[in-house]
Design a protein around this ligand. Sequence first.
Ligand code: G
Ligand code: G
Ligand code: MN
Length: 250
Amino acid sequence: MILESSLQFALQERQFEIAYQPIWEVRAQRIVGVEALVRWRHPVKGLIYPDSFIPLAERTGLIVELGQWVMETACREVAAWPAPIALSVNIAPPQLRRGEIVQELRDLLVNTQLPASRLKLEIAESQLSEDTPGMSATLSSLRDLGVGLTLDGFGTGSSSLVTLRSFPFADIKIDRRLTKEIAQDLRSRSLFEAILHVCRILKMDCIAEGVETKEQFALLQSFGCAYAQGFLIGKPEPAAAMRETLCRIA
Ligand code: G
Ligand code: G
Ligand code: MN
């Protein structure tokens, strides 16, 4: 069990780091972006994954400070890399409920020299049900700033077409639980294709998450899914390793 006080202490002590997982453009066969995934380097327990502490951080409000650290660190690190790839950062609703996030991001982009067009904010579909009018306004302001908005984890939970109508998302990330099924289950495969149709009509880009096998990759390629992410393409890696990968292929 992780306690609020230990999370608070870890934030003070800067015990967090970011792993970057590549996002692959299927047609051009190249890395076009990375997703920043936070890890907690605990001095005794070792590496702790976000599923174990993000929910607590959200409940206690510590996600605001942690999220600011992730955003600042990731923008700074990625802006210094040799290739002009995109950076995707996960954002939790408590961060969006603060109107200040728009001005903070604007300042951060200026300070790090990362063009707004290279930053994408991933917002989990499952968390948008707690919508407030303020959140929708904040998302519009962020879009006006020029950053991309990605609807994360689509295709499971309460996937709603209303969400697609109500919020200015530029792309959709299909949840890995659905990607996992497409090679075995016909209904899942049809649902996956249907989501791609919706994306095409709404002129949104689609990223399949959790691609682990060549069979899954071949299927999503045949369906015309533009982007893929998963262990088949690359695991999350520390900043230095990802930077080297990009230097090698640049
Ligand atoms: O890296 P891993 O697969 O363990 O990530 C698990 C979950 O944690 C993912 O669903 C991801 O969205 C979430 N996550 C990872 N990094 C962050 C972060 O910086 N902020 C938020 N809010 N969620 C994150
Ligand atoms: O924010 P989101 O839940 O989309 O974060 C992606 C998470 O999925 C990360 O924690 C990452 O480590 C994990 N992940 C990435 N690729 C794969 C994969 O191919 N298979 C599985 N099982 N998990 C993956
Ligand atoms: Mn994500």
